[in-house]
Design a protein around this ligand. Structure first.
Ligand code: NAD
Length: 374
């Protein structure tokens, strides 16, 4: 079979679905590989890098004409979606929960979709295919660096001839994949890190990274905020109020706050209000990884927008952080894609077997991603 990686068309998107090392692996698995001209340039891979490992660099028309499976990172734009033809398979982070119409229209036109974001997260044999994890890892790392870059003091405790500088106090809210990587990165930079998550089982992971786990803000009555599939559930209004009250003192005292809390299929929970930001010290930095058009974890953040408030607090609404580290993000994503394709390929052909648990999930047999179907 032939697979073809398209150039991403979303504004500001620099990632690419396949990097040269992935081409080598796919060819070894018996696949022919096409790359749209210029597809890798945002991640610093040239067309020549791809031809050197046996891919054919082609125009979009040639790609759509010959590829059995079209590989992408984010959901396709309208032009790409229109160019796909019946019998083709589209593989990528298609966000079917956010754009249900896209997948529905493609399916009606006889195009099969494989959405990496529908992968069951807790199946250990699917871990190598987990693109949400690989991309969240990049986002968490970059969020810590962005915070450090905007913070006008040192993160580590430094003892110099001029005396001792105290280490920065970093608070990470939401200790999933991105949060844990933000914790690890802030720790490597020498900060003192505290973290919090509604899922009580995240305590061990937080502590193993050398951070302190805040449990004062657990849902009342010692209840758990864990939902299904390893994800959090949405807290009730009452629980959210209690949580914010318990967190406020810690937020106000922190030099850097990084928020990463998400509940699948829901608006991100509001954890940091304008009232508590007003209590933070001038020079403090807040990075909201959950910033989205639906709102984020921090009141007043917008994706891709940095604002210095009148009280000297910098609010950073994260945009596409994985794209901001396009080479690492693409390399990891391409490894996930190779694992998915190896799972699907039998005797050189792509076989979508609905009886296979992983394949069925990727095809949307179970479009449930924690919480309730929405
Ligand atoms: P996510 O992006 O959906 O959410 C990020 C974090 O926010 C989660 O840890 C969640 O518990 C937390 N959160 C939600 N509401 C909150 C609130 N009100 N206050 C504080 N925190 C809140 O999560 P994710 O990073 O995609 O990870 C989801 C789950 O999948 C985790 O349990 C993770 O460990 C698990 N996971 C497992 C594997 C594996 O075993 N192969 C791989 C990746 C992820």
């Amino acid at each position: 079979a032939t697979v073809g990686a398209v150039r991403e068309r979303a504004p500001g998107e620099r990632r690419v679905a396949l990097v040269p090392e992935a081409v080598t692996l796919l060819r070894r698995a018996g696949l022919d590989v096409l790359i749209e001209a210029g597809a890798g340039s945002g991640a610093w891979f040239t067309d020549a890098d791809y031809t050197a490992v046996g891919a054919s660099v082609v125009s979009p028309d040639e790609l759509y004409a010959h590829a059995d499976a079209v590989l992408c990172v984010g959901p396709p734009d309208e032009e790409t979606a229109t160019a796909l033809r019946s019998g083709q398979t589209l593989i990528g982070l298609l966000e079917p929960m956010r754009h249900p119409a896209l997948v529905r229209d493609l399916t009606e036109r006889g195009i099969r979709t494989v959405s990496l974001d529908l992968l069951p997260r807790t199946l250990s044999r699917a871990q190598s295919m987990d693109a949400l994890t690989s991309q969240a890892n990049v986002a968490g790392y970059k969020a810590a660096l962005l915070a450090a870059d905007s913070y006008d003091r040192f993160l580590p405790m430094l003892t110099t001839a001029a005396g001792t500088m105290r280490p920065a106090q970093v608070l990470v809210l939401g200790a999933g994949v991105a949060g844990l990587q933000a914790i690890a990165t802030a720790r490597r930079l020498g900060a003192v890190v505290t973290a919090y998550d509604v899922r009580p089982e995240s305590r061990g992971e937080v502590e193993s990274l050398g951070a302190r786990f805040l449990d004062t803000a657990r849902p009342p009555d010692g209840g758990s905020g864990a939902g299904q599939g390893g994800y959090a559930r949405e807290l009730t209004d009452e629980e959210q109020r209690a949580q914010r009250e318990a967190l406020d003192t810690h937020i106000a005292r922190s030099d850097i706050v990084i928020t990463t809390a998400q509940v699948p299929g829901r608006k991100p929970p509001l954890l940091v209000t304008a009232a508590v930001i007003a209590r933070m010290m001038p020079g403090s930095v807040v990075v909201d990884l959950a910033a989205s058009d639906l709102g984020g974890n921090v009141e007043g953040t917008e994706p891709d927008k940095t604002e210095v408030l009148d009280n000297g607090v910098t609010l950073i609404g994260a945009g596409r952080l994985p794209s901001a580290m396009a080479t690492a993000a693409s390399t990891a994503y391409a490894r996930n894609l190779v694992a998915v394709l190896r799972h699907l390929v039998r005797d050189g052909e792509i076989v979508l077997d609905p009886a296979d648990e992983i394949t069925a999930a990727l095809m949307g047999a179970n479009p449930w991603k924690g919480g309730e179907p929405s």
